[in-house]
Design a protein around this ligand. Sequence first.
Ligand code: ADP
Length: 626
Amino acid sequence: MEKKQFQAESKRLLDLMIHSIYSHKDIFLRELISNASDATDKLYYHAMQQGQTGILRDNLPITITLNKDAKTLTISDHGCGMTAAEMEENLGTIAHSGSLQFKQENEKQDDIDIIGQFGVGFYAAFMVASQVEVISRAQGEETAHRWLSDGTEGYTIEPATKETVGTDIILTLMEDTEGDHYSEFLEPYRIQELVRKYSDYIRYPIQMEMPRSRQKEGSDPEKPEWEEYMELSTLNSMIPLWKKSKSELKDEDYNNFYKQKFFDYQDPIHHIHMYTEGSVTYHALLYIPSHAAMDYYTKDYEKGLALYSNGVLIMEKCADLLPDHFSFVRGLVDSADLSLNISRELLQHDRHLKLIAGALEKKIKNELAGMMKNKREDYEKFFKSFGLQLKYGAYVDYGMHKELLQDLLLYHVADSDKMVSLAEYVEGMKENQNAIYYACGETKSKIELLPQMERLRDQGYQVLCLTDNVDEFCMKMMHDYQGKEFKSISDDTLDLETAEEKEEIETLTKEYQQILDTVKQALGDKVTAVQFTSRLKSHPCCLTTKGAVSLEMEKVLNQQPGEQKIHAERVLELNAEHPIFDKLKTADSERVGKYAEVLYAQAQLMEGIQLEDPVAYANTVCELLV
Ligand code: ADP
């Protein structure tokens, strides 16, 4: 028997393959099963061409046999097999793909799902095996051949016997080392796990003897005895759910698949099943979870969709398929059009991937918008879990995603149990209203108690209650909705006063400038200005801000690590109608100073700001009480 050498380049390539192309050794199984599936597809295709009927895919299983004593793992198929010449060509020449040739020679058929194309997958076997034996009998041939190699020097081909057409690939696994446990590939449960992970949707049954236990025959039902036995079982589910037609599937099917696949104990709140043909053809099955995963809002969370090519898993989490603002979506994409790199693990810079990602983003947006309209309760539940992510999305990247996301946002409204979208807010705006009002605070009920709320409440304006850190930043980034500017009720440019009121304030300011000056003097740098306001009714004073930074933003920014403290420019606004003002008018300047401190402290407390010196405040109140 003549020993043939691998070609020189092939040897180097083989070395490279074994050591660098694949990041996980366990994908050898995926590659060999894919080859077996390709070979079976080819046989099936030829049979169809020759008009043979009655061949069923179920009768063409791929079988895995484990032999712990001999340390072998065998993968057998009923595919087209290989002649000696084909063995030489396909297995002796690395990077020669018989499957690619087959694809090129035969017109694209819907029914054929050939996976191979690079001509290297087979050699992944040498990552785990010290010897690979291939016994194959080609379709229409009486004799079979054996190809044998240890992957280093070369290979031999000799005649062999084989009862049926097809191929057996027998791997003798390497000895375990400290770091690598090749014997794990002799464990039925490990193999089952790998088949389910990578090859679950191969269209032929992948079968293996699995250990089972049963009650011993004749054993006492009161004290049953158990025995172990082996049973030939199909490991893969074969038909990918996403390739079935929607009419065949019930919600329950989708939900069960989701729970099993994505390890969630709760049903998803919504699923999206799509098939797109055109410049890129793909199936996608997406889910909106009903709750955020434990690690969702942490750095540990990894976004992404599972990516399949012809039913074979390429990547468990392809991050490029999902934008950050929809990172909560779980699901998968299956497309034969993607240009995979040689290890079929990573994608080369792929135009199709971008097209798919763009289409999915639009689809997710539309589905969420539809849900908001037609399944409001579900949407609000969804928003509770993931609304924060949408708001971040609208804020980041300089508001680039505003157009996409603004209609998905919901807000609580003061004095109401309902949440509204921006569109609903604008629809409900009063005739003379030209801004969208919001207020910030720790909770909705605290916001409702803000002194500034009174005026808006009286005038019948709806006020959005913002309680998340990102909220006000997001409002500032979005700037407006349908041309209606977002305005904080604590902004000094709120401009709700009538001309008369403005005039009145001017008069008051002229008349009592001195009191304002004394108050300002007592408070020093703590406030930028002290002025009269008409926005208050029953309260004596409130705090507002000038400029870009509001009190809420100051709070959030100062929670970030860093020395630099940010200060909002505070304005103390006084209500001249309040009885306290009568006191200010008659008190001496020392007492006015004390009143000023108390009023300022109260205004801060109402805004949820902690006092810098609570003891000084308590002392001043006492002094005024005695
Ligand atoms: P690829 O699958 O990408 O073509 P491989 O290195 O895995 O590359 O396989 C090389 C070629 O060997 C295949 O294209 C196919 O022609 C042949 N081959 C591999 N495994 C089998 C098999 N089980 N039955 C028949 N032919 C096979």
